[in-house]
Design a protein. Structure first.
Length: 457
């Protein structure tokens, strides 16, 4: 069990975390024909939008309640009502996500009261779902904000049927995914369920909205693709629910209580042991044997583990990520015999206690740099903000987590399942191979040198 070392300084130096507000906005982007309207100043929304666009390289629909000096002091409930009415009338979305920012929370905005006022004043927009969620920038991280938004959507939109729900003959399964899964990961997950004849309804489904596809229309002010709003009403008819990530425990508890559908929970889907457990449960739920194609993928991962262990065994790794992702990489690396000499998370969570490292520091990239240098790290794992850290340490960087704003294709990268785990192992081993300090220079015989000199003469 890892020791959790709390933050011991009053500021962040070279920040690691992305805000909970951004995480909530990301979750709402996985719903079809939706838009997130951040309750805060215009700059709060603009800053988050820049990071999301830089990572996904896609249009990101976001709006703001545009709090200014007057509304910050006198109250911003009218901004919420007016903003909801304007977006609902002009864009006609299926869902409006309404996360708060640090400014709104510090001001003491009554988000739920403002929503009730909107419903009373504008009954013509009763068909538009609105999901408020409290996500101040100064608390939690992208992962916790994402999880809060998923829980809020379940709370607001899933009907309560109690223990009457669940259909053992249904070909449908509910899947809750955490913030660390890319659109490519979600697509891989859907394919895995498809091997067993199960249709996965993923909440939220970024593989449909931010997978890099070209839409039919030249421009859309809303998300194109994702989890359809009508699917909330049918979640109680699923055969089972699969939950990926401990951060989604609250959403999973609420969904189980509302629908009566049995659930199966997994911390992550990286590494042979974790994927084996997941595939076994899916096969049991489906009542089908594991198909040969998936068995072959497993054998390919085993071969990759044999190839990579020469480089990853005893390797000293420094890792910075949100809790669920930290747990996933920690288990994968420990399974290959690597050692986590530095583990840093931007926020605390119960899953961190199970990370296979001596301690986990709640901190920033300055903490990562200090711990990595003291521990003699050979490789850094982190997001794009860790580039400068890795350069100062003179170490290679494996990119993982959000954001990745200086590379193309990050949303398409697959890191889960047998195929994704295989790719990550190869990437890790190749980085260590390239940076191997004991690498021998090509041998050149002294006799060849003499021959060259005689030839020149």
């Amino acid at each position: 069990m890892a020791e959790i070392v709390k933050r011991n300084k009053a500021l962040a130096v070279s920040p690691l975390k992305a805000s909970a507000t951004m995480g909530a906005a990301l979750a709402f982007l996985g719903i079809e024909r939706s838009i997130a309207m951040l309750h805060g100043a215009q700059g709060c929304t603009a800053f988050g939008k820049i990071f999301l666009i830089g990572h996904f390289r896609e249009p990101v629909p976001m709006q703001t309640t545009a709090m200014d000096q007057v509304s910050t002091v006198m109250g911003a409930d009218d901004n919420v009502v007016e903003g909801l009415a304007t977006v609902a009338a002009k864009q006609k979305p299926a869902l409006i996500g309404l996360p708060t920012t640090g400014l709104a929370e510090t001001q003491g905005s009554d988000l739920f009261g403002a929503l009730n006022l909107f419903r009373r004043k504008h009954p013509e927009h009763d068909g538009v779902a609105v999901v408020p969620v409290e996500t101040p920038d100064y608390a939690g991280s992208l992962e916790s904000g994402f999880a809060k938004a998923v829980a809020a959507m379940v709370d607001r939109l899933v009907p309560d049927v109690g223990e009457k729900g669940g259909d053992p003959k249904s070909g449908r399964v509910n899947v809750l995914v955490n913030a660390s899964l890319s659109p490519g990961d979600v697509e891989e997950l859907k394919d895995l369920f498809d091997f067993f004849g199960l249709a996965a309804v993923v909440l939220p489904d970024l593989s449909g909205s931010l997978d890099g596809h070209l839409a039919d229309a030249d421009f859309s002010p809303l998300t194109t693709g994702g989890f359809a709003i009508g699917e909330f009403a049918g979640m109680h008819r699923a055969r089972a629910t699969f939950v990926i990530g401990d951060s989604l425990a609250e959403a999973a508890d609420l969904l189980a209580a509302r629908t009566g559908v049995p659930d199966h929970r997994f911390d992550h889907l990286m590494g042979l042991e974790a994927v084996d457990e997941f595939v076994h449960v899916v096969a049991t739920v489906a009542g089908r044997p594991v198909p040969e194609k998936l068995r072959r993928q497993r054998r390919q991962l085993q071969d990759a583990m044999l190839d990579a262990h020469f480089f990853l065994g005893m390797a000293r790794i420094a890792l910075a990520a949100d809790p669920d992702l930290l747990k996933a990489y920690g288990d994968l690396l420990a399974g290959m015999g690597a050692e986590m000499v530095a583990a840093v998370s931007p926020s605390n969570a119960r899953v961190l206690k199970t990370v296979l490292a001596p301690q986990v520091k709640i901190g920033d990239l300055e903490d990562l740099e200090a711990l990595a240098e003291a521990g003699g790290a050979e490789l850094v794992v982190g997001n794009a903000h860790a580039v400068a850290t890795a350069e100062r340490l003179g170490l290679p960087l494996l990119r993982a987590g959000f954001p990745q704003f200086d590379r193309l294709g990050s949303p398409a990268v697959v890191s889960v399942g047998y195929r994704g785990s295989r790719r990550v192992l190869f990437d890790l081993a190749n980085l260590l191979l390239e940076a191997e300090p004991g690498r021998l220079a090509p041998y050149r015989s002294v006799f060849a040198q003499v021959a060259d000199e005689e030839g020149e003469a």
